[in-house]
Design a protein around this ligand. Structure first.
Ligand code: NAG
Length: 480
């Protein structure tokens, strides 16, 4: 999806759809909502992993809906049968030459790794190779698209080509330039291979899959400001001087840099999928950044950001499919200590730390079912742990573009925004800032007052000051 230049109607439809689903899952009690945009990586470089059947049960107890394997372990694929969990499987870099040169090898690959399990096991994507473009192996790079095409032909010949997509995973190093996000550009050395790849993505509707790690961005610039920006914590923001968009977190900035690079090559319709992102909860003494506190903040805030459905400034109103890294620690991985400390769950299936993924009793749930979304003034929200305030307001310095996006998003999906229309009690002052502020708070209150719905691309915050004025009543109230 490219929200950048989609037509007004398409974007209204999209927002309505998003909004509809948003409230659909909010309205289901017991928090049994669908969050297809949350996935997780299941790496197996470890000697202490629980049996696949236990992992399948664990995943079903969470709001994780997709799992990415690096290979195609049949035991895991089978264990996930009839769970409804989407599965990404991978062909290794070492398979690329044979896949590229031999159509029969590609057919055999599908026969061995897909056909026996599908559709009971819901394989949705095959990644061919990992970070091949930045491997500096010219031979492998040149074989990548032919390998992918042969695999696609094999899927097509079994009538699976529309249901199962094929892509390859990139590191952020495919970008030559990523700051500011609007100037994102791919490295010229990779352009010719990327062009062939993107033509394939575009033709088959498969995503561009990328590994953005705010963690590594912080390591290369370890200042407190950068840490807050990377952890989705309060910070001054970073203005993209080309667009005047103020970015409030590194994740959005990285994803939008990729969006800009794709758009610059003319591929505005190729979707982005985040194949990996994460933060280690411990590391060696000389590593900057790993800690339980930081890992919990990054993953918890990322999940809340995705759940808010605000999207990124260049792709508003939609959450990018994001595969968290990772399900378990991989104790046999080489490298610094942090490499073995990305796991969100322990081998005994308990949480390494709580980021709100559990379906039952999660600590950061989308808490209560809202009143009927069309109800103008919902009942007062539940008091929130930690206090802080009861109204959702824009942060200072938010750009007009962002305010407009927030306004469109909040009112585009069926909320009653008549108060800010002409003759409404909150029409005056007739300014974007005032109308957006009203709409954002209404959205937040209607969603039951859960803090994660007062995000709006990190452009909103909770306030204990009632913004109501004259005859204009902001729903909310009840200071905590
Ligand atoms: C992407 O695919 C569409 C539909 O098949 C096609 O019209 C368009 O030209 C393609 N875009 C590029 C940049 O190749």
């Amino acid at each position: 999806m490219s929200a950048l230049n989609s037509t007004a109607m398409a974007s209204t439809l999209l927002r309505s759809t998003v909004f509809f689903f948003f409230f659909t899952f909010l309205l289901v009690t017991d928090i049994a909502y669908s969050q297809s945009f949350i996935g997780i990586n299941y790496g197996q470089v470890a000697d202490n992993l629980p049996p696949p059947s236990s992992t399948a049960k664990l995943l079903q107890s969470t709001s994780i809906e997709k799992v990415r394997l690096y290979g195609a372990d049949p035991a895991i694929i089978k264990a996930l049968a009839n769970t409804g969990i989407g599965i990404v499987i991978g062909a290794a870099n070492g398979d690329i030459p044979a896949l590229a040169s031999d159509p029969n090898f590609a057919k055999n690959w599908v026969n061995a790794n897909v056909a026996p399990f599908y559709p009971a096991s819901k394989i949705i994507l095959i990644t061919v190779g990992n970070e091949v473009i930045t491997s500096n192996d010219q031979n492998l790079m040149n074989q990548l698209v032919p390998a992918i095409q042969n695999l696609q032909n094999a899927l097509d010949s079994m009538s699976l080509g529309n249901d199962i997509k094929i892509s390859t995973v990139h590191s952020m190093a495919v970008l030559r330039q990523s700051e500011p996000p609007s100037s994102g550009l791919f490295h010229p050395d990779y352009m010719s291979v990327l062009k062939g790849l993107l033509e394939f993505n575009n033709a088959t509707g498969s995503p561009f899959t990328i590994n953005p790690y705010p963690y590594f961005a912080y390591q290369s610039d370890p200042r407190p400001d950068t840490l807050a920006f990377c952890l989705f914590e309060p910070n001054a923001g970073r203005i993209d001087t080309n667009t005047n968009i103020k970015y409030m977190n590194m994740f959005d900035a990285q994803v939008d840099a990729i969006r800009s690079a794709l758009n610059a090559m003319g591929f505005k319709n190729v979707e982005i999928v985040v194949a990996e992102t994460g933060w280690p909860y411990k590391g060696d003494g000389d590593e900057v950044g790993p800690s339980l506190e930081n890992a919990k903040a990054f993953n918890g805030n990322l999940i809340a950001h995705l759940r808010s459905m605000v999207g990124t400034p260049l792709m508003p109103g939609k959450s990018v499919d994001t595969y968290l890294f990772a399900l378990y620690d991989e104790d046999l991985k080489p490298g610094p200590g942090s490499e073995r400390a990305f796991g969100l769950f322990k081998p005994d299936l308990t949480m390494a730390y709580d980021v709100g993924l559990s379906k039952n009793g999660q600590s950061t749930p989308i808490s209560s079912a809202p009143a009927n979304p069309s109800t103008k003034a919902p009942t007062s929200p539940k008091p929130k742990a930690g206090g802080g305030g009861s109204w959702c307001v824009p942060k200072g310095g938010v750009s007009d573009d962002q305010l407009q996006a927030n306004l469109d998003y909040a009112c585009g999906g069926g909320l009653d925004c008549s108060a800010i229309q002409p003759a409404g009690a909150c029409f005056e002052p007739n300014t974007l800032a005032s109308h957006a502020a009203y709409a954002m708070n209404l959205f937040f209150q209607t969603a039951g007052g859960d803090p994660s719905t007062c995000d709006f691309s990190q452009s909103a915050t909770l306030s204990s000051n009632n913004p109501s004025y004259n005859g204009c009543n902001y729903p909310g109230g009840g200071r905590t």
